[in-house]
Design a protein around this ligand. Structure first.
Ligand code: IMP
Ligand code: MG
Length: 175
């Protein structure tokens, strides 16, 4: 299979991630937060972002699976998350790779607010507003991308391509 077409170079991503970290620090000035990383796709972004963030944070992980082997969502997001004591009465910054339909973010946000998070905000490397189901906007995001399936920098297709240092568009699949 041919390589993905590059949409965002590693250097562009690095520079933008540093800016996003500054926006986060500005927003949370004086607060402590929980950085809740949504596995698995966000781990590369989160690893770079957290090293630029100066706001004190506690690191937690959540998982919400929507995609299996396909490029369209297969199920509603189901949440595997941190225990209640870690999030109740805390400001939670959810870090995910991409905001697409918004279903994952909505489900996680509701789940966190049910567990008495003080506030929930979302920080995404990529924003794909084209298929958004509800009026959800990212509080922080790196780049808007076209409505194509993207891979690399943590994002996968059937677990492949996560190791690419850039964001690319998946080559056309034969039907
Ligand atoms: P949403 O629930 O539709 O907003 O989708 C969010 C999740 O779907 C992301 O965290 C990704 O794991 C996955 N996703 C959505 N679009 C893409 C894509 O273009 N490439 C890889 N994963 C994607
Ligand atoms: Mg994801």
């Amino acid at each position: 299979m041919s390589n993905p077409t590059i949409l965002l170079q590693a250097r562009q991503i690095e520079a933008r991630v540093a800016q996003v970290a500054k926006e986060v620090d500005k927003h949370y000035a004086g607060e402590e937060i929980v950085l809740l990383v949504v596995l698995k796709g966000a781990m590369v972004f989160a690893a770079d972002l957290m090293r630029q963030i100066r706001t004190p944070f506690q690191l937690e992980f959540a998982q919400s699976r929507t995609y299996g082997e396909s490029t369209v969502p297969e199920t509603n997001p189901s949440v595997i998350g941190p225990d209640l004591s870690k999030i109740s009465d805390k400001h939670v910054l959810l870090v995910d790779d991409i905001l697409d339909t918004g279903a994952t973010y909505l489900a996680l946000k509701e789940w966190l607010l049910d567990r008495e998070a003080l506030s929930v905000r979302g920080c995404f490397l990529l924003d794909k507003p084209w298929r958004r189901e509800a009026s959800i906007k990212p509080d922080f995001f790196g780049f808007q991308v076209p409505d194509v399936f993207v891979v690399g920098y943590g994002l996968d297709h059937a677990e492949r391509y996560r190791n690419l240092p850039y964001i690319g568009q998946l080559p056309e699949q034969p039907e």
